[in-house]
Design a binder for this molecule. Structure first.
Ligand SMILES: *Cc1c(COP(=O)(O)O)cnc(C)c1O
Length: 380
């Protein structure tokens, strides 16, 4: 059976990217590798829409989040975090570990924080040193308006703006410089069409000044933005990098440049819209009031058991989707279209939902989901 992955990380890896990683290993301190890293650094600036450095760290996305918090803030620093799902919650956990002074704003799952609310929080906490946001909250498939949030924060305060862009980069329009973010992070196994293992972190001039200005040792060693930035200036890394993954990344970034970042964003918006229409045509309700272009969360139909639904999808259709998390476990599921996906992938996943609903005796009109997806694409 042909297996198809529809999870928001890891995501499918194109064949040419896999093949590029099958070449014999090279040494990281020789010119051949440093040339590759230099090109990767340039292409990452293109991806994040920035002239600032974007460092590559050998760790998953969370390592990039930890490096950012531990490099920018010290004990006692007040940081506001927005908790609208599992990953916003993670910002709060990291701030509590490294500063012990977290103002966590809870937001209902499936909704996004408003710029007005952020301004209120900053007025209540004028001493906040940073604000941590999530562009695409993967656990709830919900996107925030990062452009408007950044503008509102700049208007009100000098707090640093940290953006978890882990499932937004490559799926949602994002301009690091123009919007005035200070940190933005992504991970290789999300929109970049790569296996897991790398975190990519854009760092603003303002953030670099703070990092450089610290006089005391931070409680960190490996996940240090200060070290990573020092070596970045020479297209180098402080420790042995994941050489093979960086070679793969150079190929993946070449593909993104060839397609054009605006076209990559537009493709994600188009696939997400078609996915939503397909699910609704099958009588399923959408979960998010502000849907992400990376992942579509859907309520399971009334009376449908998640374990059985997932078993049929996986073993009967070769399709892997993501489960709901926390209080939505067994109540929603999530279909990813982040990274290496096209129109025909959407027909496959909605077609497999039809097979599964039929097998579970849920009433719907056969072909209605697939037809809605086709109409979405062919009406364009
Ligand atoms: C996947 C993800 C993370 C965590 O990344 P890991 O690579 O699993 O450490 C953080 N934030 C968001 C929004 C994610 O989707």
């Amino acid at each position: 059976m042909k297996k198809r992955l529809f999870t928001p990380g890891p995501t499918p890896v194109p064949e040419n990217v896999m093949l590029s990683m099958a070449a014999p290993i090279i040494h990281h301190r020789n010119p051949e590798f440093m040339e590759i890293l230099q090109q990767v650094h340039e292409d990452l600036q293109y991806l994040f829409r920035t002239t600032q450095p974007v460092v590559v760290m050998t760790c998953s996305g969370t390592g990039g989040m930890e490096a950012s918090i531990s490099s920018l803030f010290g004990p006692g620093d007040k940081v506001i975090t927005v908790n609208s799902g599992k990953f916003g919650e993670r910002w709060g956990e990291l701030v509590r570990v490294f500063t012990g002074n977290c103002v966590e704003e809870p937001v209902a799952w499936g909704t996004a924080i408003t710029p007005e609310r952020i301004v209120e929080l900053l007025r209540e906490h004028p001493d906040a040193r940073g604000v941590c946001l999530t562009h695409s909250e993967t656990s709830t498939g919900t996107a925030s308006d990062i452009k408007a949030l950044c503008a509102a924060i700049h208007e009100e305060s000098d707090a640093l703006i940290l953006v978890d862009g882990i499932t937004a980069i490559g799926a949602h329009e994002f301009h690091f410089d123009e919007w005035g973010a200070d940190i933005c992070i992504t991970g290789s196994q999300k929109g970049l069409m790569m296996p897991p293992g790398l975190a990519l972190i854009a760092v603003s001039e303002r953030a670099r000044d703070i990092i450089e200005g610290f006089r005391h040792e931070r409680p960190q060693y490996y996940l240090s933005l200060k070290k990573a930035l020092r070596y970045h200036a020479d297209d180098d890394t402080p420790f042995t990098p994941a050489v093979t993954l960086i070679i793969g990344l150079s190929e993946a970034l070449r593909m993104i440049r060839a397609e054009g970042i605006e076209n990559v964003w537009a493709r994600h918006a188009r696939l997400a819209a078609a996915c939503r229409l397909g699910c609704e045509a099958l009588g399923m309700r959408l979960f998010s009031s502000s849907p992400s272009f990376a992942v579509t969360p859907v309520w399971l139909p009334e009376g449908v058991d998640w374990k059985e639904f997932n078993r049929i999808l996986k073993t009967g259709n070769g399709i892997t989707v993501a489960a709901g998390q926390d209080e939505f476990a067994g109540r929603i599921f999530r279909i990813s279209h982040l990274g290496y996906y096209d129109e025909f992938d959407m027909l496959s996943v909605i077609g497999s939902l039809e097979f599964t609903l039929k097998a579970m005796c849920v009433p719907f009109e056969i072909g209605s989901g697939v037809a809605a997806v086709q109409r979405a694409f062919l009406a364009d």
